[in-house]
Write a protein that binds this ligand. Sequence first.
Ligand code: DGT
Ligand code: CA
Ligand code: CA
Ligand code: ZN
Length: 580
Amino acid sequence: MTKDDVADALDEIGVLLELQGESSFRVNAYANGARTVRSLADDLKQLVAEKRLGDVRGLGSALVEKITTLVETGSLPYLEDLRRQVPAGLVEMRQLQGLGAKKVKALHDALGIDTVEKLKAACESGAVGKLKGFGAKTQANILESIRFREQAGQRVRIDLATGLAEALLARVRELPGVIRAEACGSVRRRRETSGDIDLLASAADAKPAIDAFVAFPEVVRVLGQGPTKASVLATTRVDGDKVTLQADLRVVTDALFPFGLHYFTGSKAHNIHMRQKAIDRGWLLSEYGLGSEDAPIACKTEADIFAAFGMEYVPPELREDTGEVEAAEQKTLPRLVEYTDIRGVFHNHTTYSDGGASLEEMALAAKALGWEYFGVGDHSQSLAVARGMPPSVVRKQWDEIDRVNATLSGVQILKGIESDILEDGSLDYDDELLAGFDYVVGSVHTHFGLSEADQTARVCRALANPRLTMLGHSTGRLILKREGYKIDLEEVLKTAARFGKMVEINASPYRLDLDWTHARRAKALGGMVVINPDAHSPGELAQTRFGVDVARRGWLGAKDVFNTRGLADVRAELARRRKG
Ligand code: DGT
Ligand code: CA
Ligand code: CA
Ligand code: ZN
């Protein structure tokens, strides 16, 4: 059992106890224990063997005993009992947005609901709304969560799909006989989510590669296997999160690789448009080649395919048939921003609010990524659930920033804030305090239920505030979990452009907000975009790459993205904006 396996078991115990109505004290002990185990520096087996688990801070005797059993025997009767006692459907219900363990338990106790299907029926019949502590609004929210989940289907977030694709790809590339290999499809186009993983490899002989693929340790089930293609269900962990997804491997000869790469990268709409271009010339384009049967056009790379059409190379992120074919013909494709263009970030959290690391730790992690500045944007006073900072704490943080900055070389901390945009559109501190920040990120975290008109007016009022520098996560959506609040984004982007305010691409793979279509729109309206990871730990700073993917899908170049500028430039621009 790995640390992650043990931590998963502890997490599961916590969830099951919570669903049984246990005290939050006991529930939290398991959740915290799981976190402790996940981040253990020492070898877990060794700790158990040497009976040193009890010395680890945060692990009480009950947890030590269970971890020991798990590590020594690979299973835990206590957990198996719990699983028998709590219906699996309750665990699934708890994963619905807005439905905590207490509510799930109440639904089970009062109405005997133990599956998502029964819950849906009970909402539709109005039974849930009549329950004490629920009401019509809660019932409508639950129903919306269920419908959203049904619609999301079996897709997974891009960070998880990427992690699994990279793990499989690394193994495919190591196989004897494999010449080239790539992940195609939505993973290569850097979409927000993926429905499956499409791997393509070239080799003179396909069979050995296919045979090896279906036996990879990530493979949990073989869905289909032929001489040149196999489909499997594969699973791995990405930063502690478990991901399971279908993965297909196709093996072609190396001469066919560029055509397969182009075809399986898609999108389907892009492929259809390219195929039409071929037909216009009297050619055929497919995964098997380009040209006519008597005069095939040899291509060594994907770039050769576009060149054969007299086109510029179209980066995969643009292949959605939203004008990229025409622009490539006219040779007017933009030069897209790259992850290596990023020089720092602005919206991040530390232990001053709900982050997990200190200012200095975060700044050093930013430096390790090659960045020149780490902008802190902890939560403001109103957001109590995320330990929003009262003014006295803000001043304390400023003092610490000054102290830490004096000791840092090669990186500097910028004094920012993620200010709540209050219900009436005002910011969360008085003007004098706001004036002391290098910049202000304004975000909506409350009152998601306003009408579209009110929500739009609220955000636009914040954009008109001279103290606001940039708008955080514009819609509040959570990928595959929750739709954003109702807001007229076109109006918001226009207002941002009018007041010269930046709009964030929140790069957290849970958010990706602005999405790529609106990132593109922001640029078209003359606005400036900023890519922020919204990091709550040092490791999350690198999530910025997912925001760069969104920017690229939105046709943005380096000069469209504020944080491609260096520290001196950024400081000067922020100072200029503060003066108004
Ligand atoms: P996904 O898997 O839903 O996240 O999205 P994709 O884009 O990876 O789609 P997938 O896996 O169904 O197919 C991979 C690529 O194969 C797709 O992007 C384009 C190509 N492809 C699949 N079906 C067709 C088709 O019927 N016509 C054409 N022209 N291309 C197709
Ligand atoms: Ca796919
Ligand atoms: Ca596929
Ligand atoms: Zn936020």
